[in-house]
Unconditional design. Structure first.
Length: 480
């Protein structure tokens, strides 16, 4: 089976969040199921620069006013198609934001173009001699693909639309519609019209053959007004086509036994070796040496991630004898609140503002626990890395966090299945209580080591989830 996967980011070429990790890891997990995935991404400068051997395999004469080339390349086991159109993608900033942190004003065009190119590949008019059996699209940036397919020459090909985060919907004013090269009837309830605007994600959810999201709990949650962000009604009408498949992790990149980004490798039998990583972390964040757990946070610093709740408990962490290190960037007010906490508690709280992949590995390998107080979390990956690295997750009971961490209540501890701490309600008090529970467990080294070991043994690989995607794909093709 040939699958075209379409995404606006893919690890290790370009990443702003979990989406890239998933798009980068799924192809090799699907290979044992006889599924060959080609991944289409935009030709951002960072992508073109990293791909040394690329060849033109096709093109589109006029993609929103400019010619585009389709390049093919292999990278780190990925079979890539790259849409090369400098007018759209040769920019100085990131994939979505300019150097000042603002959305590019033509994002609707940049990602409509990616979606249209995908639909044309499916319609066999771009890459001679290659055509997928199924198209899998991810998030709003590629959600117009099934819409274009419906009106193009691949109308019967099955499509899967995965929601990685329903908070990002790609909603634009109606004035962009005439620029999208869609027929007038597409501006309707059945397609992209959304309360008088154009909704990219909305259009994808209406037209994709199947909809998935990245955990079973989130699949339930987005059917409710609290989490559905306005799309709960549409999703309810398509509930028979909706499922939740939890993300796995790239077990080769995230393996404490072989990880080249950490000073000291270790396994579940050799947890004591983590102490060497802790020492490097203490240096890096300017922490005082001494006992007590190090709690880490590796996150976008936003309301979604509950970082305002974290800011409210920093003094408590220190008062209880813990230390806190934070890596991330985001809302200026939240960055400021955490910086202020770090200067109040020099030696106990450390902060690095920015994005730093190697440092994120070191933090998982040297901290004792990772805090994830998200208000909503479709799947979440950092708790999975935490499990694999013996960095005990302390998580809000929501979405994928619910599905992947087993709370250390008495029964789960006695049954030796607990892997972390969950809390609800998702408030500062809830988080505070969870931190107290963790501190209590940390004081009993046997209990703590058991939590670490049980986490390290839990299955966070792609194996089971890849099987579920494979059977979803096969089911759709059999129906077609
Ligand atoms: P989201 O995609 O909502 O941001 P996820 O938990 O699904 O959240 O994925 C976040 C990914 O980005 C993880 O791989 C995490 O390690 C990484 N990450 C987040 N912030 C940083 C940062 N400041 N530096 C390095 N990696 C980060």
């Amino acid at each position: 089976m040939n699958v075209l996967s379409v995404a606006s980011e893919v690890y290790p070429l370009v990443k702003t969040g979990g989406l890239a990790d998933v798009v980068g890891a799924l192809p090799s997990a699907l290979l044992p199921h006889g599924i060959r995935v080609r991944t289409l991404v935009p030709g951002y400068p960072a992508v073109l620069h990293k791909l040394k051997k690329k060849k033109a395999v096709g093109g589109i004469d006029n993609l929103f006013g400019h010619p585009a080339r389709m390049l093919a390349a292999e990278y780190d086991g990925l079979d890539l198609l790259v849409l090369d159109q400098p007018e759209l993608y040769a920019r100085d900033g990131g994939p979505y934001l300019d150097t000042t942190g603002r959305d590019y004003p033509d994002n609707f065009r940049r990602f409509a173009a990616l979606s249209l190119a995908a639909a044309e590949i499916a319609g066999d008019s771009v890459v001679p001699g290659w055509k997928p059996d199924l198209v899998h699209v991810h998030d709003w940036q590629t959600a117009l693909t099934p819409v274009y397919m419906r009106f193009g020459s691949a109308a019967d090909m099955p499509t899967v639309m995965t929601i990685h985060n329903i908070a990002f919907q790609g909603q634009f004013g109606a004035s962009v519609f005439p620029e999208l090269s869609l027929p007038p009837e597409a501006f309707s309830m059945q397609f992209v019209e959304y309360y008088g605007d154009v909704g990219f994600l909305k259009g994808g959810l209406q037209t994709a053959t199947a909809i998935t999201t990245v955990s079973p709990s989130y699949a339930q949650e987005i059917l409710t007004p609290e989490f559905g962000m306005g799309l709960e009604g549409l999703l309810a009408s398509r509930v028979g086509s909706l499922s939740g498949i939890v993300n796995g992790i790239d077990a080769a990149t995230w393996n404490p036994e072989t990880d080249p980004l950490i000073p000291q490798n270790y396994a579940h039998g050799t947890l004591k070796r983590r102490a060497a990583n802790r020492r490097v972390l203490e240096e890096r964040f300017g922490l005082d040496k001494g006992p007590g757990p190090i709690f880490c946070v590796i996150s976008r610093l936003t309301w979604q991630k509950g970082i305002d709740l974290l800011a409210q408990v920093t003094d408590d962490i220190v008062a209880l004898g813990g230390k806190l290190i934070v890596l991330g960037s985001g809302d200026a007010a939240l960055e400021g609140a955490l910086m202020a906490a770090a200067s109040r508690h020099r030696g106990h709280i450390g902060m690095v503002i920015g994005y730093d992949e190697p440092l994120s590995h070191l933090m998982q390998a040297g901290s004792d626990a990772i805090l994830i107080p998200s208000r909503f979390e479709p799947c979440g990956l950092t708790q999975l890395y935490g499990l694999r690295y013996g960095c005990v997750p302390i998580v809000a009971r929501t979405g994928g966090l619910t599905d992947t961490v087993i709370d250390a209540n008495e029964a789960a501890l006695a049954a030796r299945v607990a892997t972390g701490f969950q809390f609800q309600p998702v408030t500062a008090d809830g988080l505070r209580l969870a931190i107290r529970r963790a501190m209590h467990a940390y004081k009993e080294p046997k209990v703590w080591a058991r939590l670490q070991n049980q986490g390290m043994k839990s299955d966070v690989s792609w194996a089971k989830s890849a099987e579920r995607y494979a059977s979803l794909y096969s089911g759709l093709l059999a129906k077609g």
